[in-house]
Design a protein around this ligand. Structure first.
Ligand SMILES: Nc1ncnc2c1ncn2[C@@H]1O[C@H](COP(=O)(O)OP(=O)(O)OP(=O)(O)O)[C@@H](O)[C@H]1O
Ligand SMILES: C[C@@](O)(CCO)CC(=O)[O-]
Length: 529
């Protein structure tokens, strides 16, 4: 398995603090502009990187005392259907410890979620979530949602706000709108659906306004759910980007966009994705949504939950030969995180030392891969990273987040003597990653894969370090066919009809023929400075 980061400079000294990009004097709220449902959010440009939110495209703005007053459009034509996509991730080092303020290294993978956003005609006042992967489909009447409490001056949040905790009163206000969600489904499924619905409503009501146009959000994913590959974060990122695009608060993505402006957009998407994750998980560190938004690989640390995290991109993350194995034992991140929290409460010093040790492992590894002579061709380089993975896994075992099925993968890999294995993500099931030794004989690998197959494991082919959140605007793809009609329009029908992961990838995948597919655009955040 290989990764594919193109940019040839070392981003280790290239860190940026998310707070660097906060607007100094934001002047219009998302809800101010949502009533003006102008088109062309992608490729449109706001001048937010200079600290003033001048959303200029498609509307004329009057500047008054440094503030921009938006002139209402006379008519608001419907937005075209568009798509957003975000990648899953693997945590290479530091899961769980990252929830307690320690560093983690995570990389985007090539498995992705895809969200189709379809606007409804003006007379249709509903908002619909369609999540066929989890058999969830629900609509609400936009006019009946509890806008009043979300718009109260003391509660109102904006597209640039940093929300670091959920407001219990707002969570409470949503509850009546969850009562009839999947009411006749089994309790376990109902719980998952209500969680998805609640997360969405919290974000929708925070960002939107009563005049938000009727629309449908349809999501399909190629990421196994609850496997530690950040599936929930991808949904958070897709919905956050979609809402911000609908509100025309994002600039780009476009190819000649300066990197710092691209980073600002990424940061805004990431902030709201965290809100969704908070609703799903309770206490997320934010590493999953951060790497899913930005893509590539990052060192992530959040020491103070009231502040943005420190995110240090690793543009030159090495092409580690990794084997990704799904135990096909679902777990709940919220459950595993809470378990570690309880262990820490019971044994603060001991668990504190384990978390410190994980932090050391992560930082040692970040230093190691930044060394000039680190190369994936070198046995010594790989052995050193591998040993750190083994140590990290051992520490996670001592935190109680492994699982017999994960230990079995380790046993099989160790028995063949072909690499170093650790769990990735929340553990308790989910996935493991194995760093393969250089020059492993094919027969040994075949034997391992056969054994894993027999025991019901699933092996994933993925590359590390791919693109973050992407946009397809409008939802039209050429699909490699040079037809004069202008390509295939992605609509609800063909999106829902695509068969399995391969069908979804073939129809809408961001990658075609090994490269990026024409039409999909990404915020380019790499920079030399
Ligand atoms: N394809 C999907 N469609 C709709 N909802 C999904 C989908 N994938 C994940 N989810 C949501 O995410 C939840 C799973 O999140 P969870 O954090 O437990 O797993 P994960 O994100 O895959 O793993 P990790 O957080 O450890 O990386 C599901 O219960 C569901 O709410
Ligand atoms: C287990 C955890 O560290 C990673 C889940 O992918 C949780 C989090 O960081 O929010």
């Amino acid at each position: 398995m290989t990764q594919s980061i193109a940019n040839g400079h070392n981003g280790l000294h290239n860190g940026f603090h998310a707070s660097d990009v906060e607007p100094e004097s934001p002047t219009s709220s998302a809800s101010d502009i949502s009533s003006d449902s102008g088109l062309n959010g992608v490729g449109s440009s706001n001048s937010s990187s200079n600290g003033v939110n001048g959303i200029t495209n498609g509307t004329s703005g009057l500047k008054l005392n440094g503030r921009i007053k938006m002139k209402r459009k006379q008519s608001s034509p419907m937005m075209p259907a568009f798509m957003v996509s975000a990648p899953g991730k693997v945590i290479v080092f530091g899961e769980h410890a990252v929830v307690h303020g320690k560093a983690a290294i995570a990389a985007a993978i090539s498995l992705r979620s895809y969200l189709l956003v379809t606007s409804l005609s003006k007379s249709k006042r509903t908002v619909t979530l369609k999540f066929p992967d989890i058999d969830f489909d629900h609509s609400w009447n936009i006019d009946e949602l509890p806008w009043g409490i979300f718009q109260q001056p003391s509660k109102k949040k904006y597209y640039y706000s940093l929300v670091t905790e959920l407001d219990p009163e707002l969570v409470e206000a949503i509850q009546p709108y969850l009562d009839d969600v999947s009411a006749h489904k089994p309790a376990e499924i109902r719980k998952v659906h209500r969680n998805s619905a609640g997360s969405f409503l919290y974000m929708f009501l925070s960002l939107g306004s009563k005049s938000f146009p009727g629309c449908q959000y349809t999501l399909r994913s190629t990421i196994p759910i609850g496997a530690g590959l950040g599936s929930s974060a991808t949904i958070a990122v897709c919905l956050s980007a979609a809402l911000l695009l609908q509100l025309r608060t994002l600039s780009g993505p476009h190819p000649d966009q300066p990197a710092d402006e691209a980073r600002l957009q990424i940061e805004r998407i990431n902030r709201w994705a965290l809100v969704y994750e908070m609703f799903i998980h309770g206490n997320p560190s934010g590493v999953d949504n951060t790497v899913s938004t930005q893509g590539k690989a990052v060192v992530f640390q959040r020491t103070d939950y009231s502040k943005p995290p420190l995110v240090r991109p690793l543009w030159d993350f090495p092409e580690l030969p990794l084997l990704l194995v799904d135990t096909r034992t679902a777990k709940s991140t919220a459950h595993e995180v809470a378990k570690v929290g309880r262990l820490k409460d019971a044994h603060p010093k001991l668990v504190g030392s384990i978390l410190d040790a994980i932090d050391k492992v992560t930082n040692t590894s970040a230093d190691l891969i930044a060394e000039d002579d680190f190369t994936t061709e070198s046995e010594d380089s790989l052995r050193r990273v591998g040993e750190l993975m083994t140590i990290n896994h051992g520490l996670l075992v001592s935190l109680g987040v492994s699982h017999p099925r994960l230990e079995r993968v380790r046993e099989l890999v160790d028995f063949q003597g072909i690499g170093w294995t650790k769990l990735t993500g929340a553990g308790g099931g989910g996935c493991s990653i194995t760093l393969l030794k250089p020059g492993v004989p094919r027969e040994k690998l075949d034997r391992l894969e056969e054994q894993l197959d027999q025991e019901g494991y699933q092996k994933f082919e993925t590359t590390l370090g791919g693109d973050g959140v992407g946009v397809l605007w409008p939802a039209v793809l050429r699909n490699g066919v040079d037809d004069e009609e202008g390509g295939t329009e992605i609509d609800l029908e063909n999106f829902l009809a695509a068969e399995g992961n391969d069908g979804v990838e073939k129809l809408v995948g961001v990658h075609g023929g090994g490269g990026e597919r024409e039409g999909w655009k990404f915020w380019r955040v790499e920079s030399d400075n």
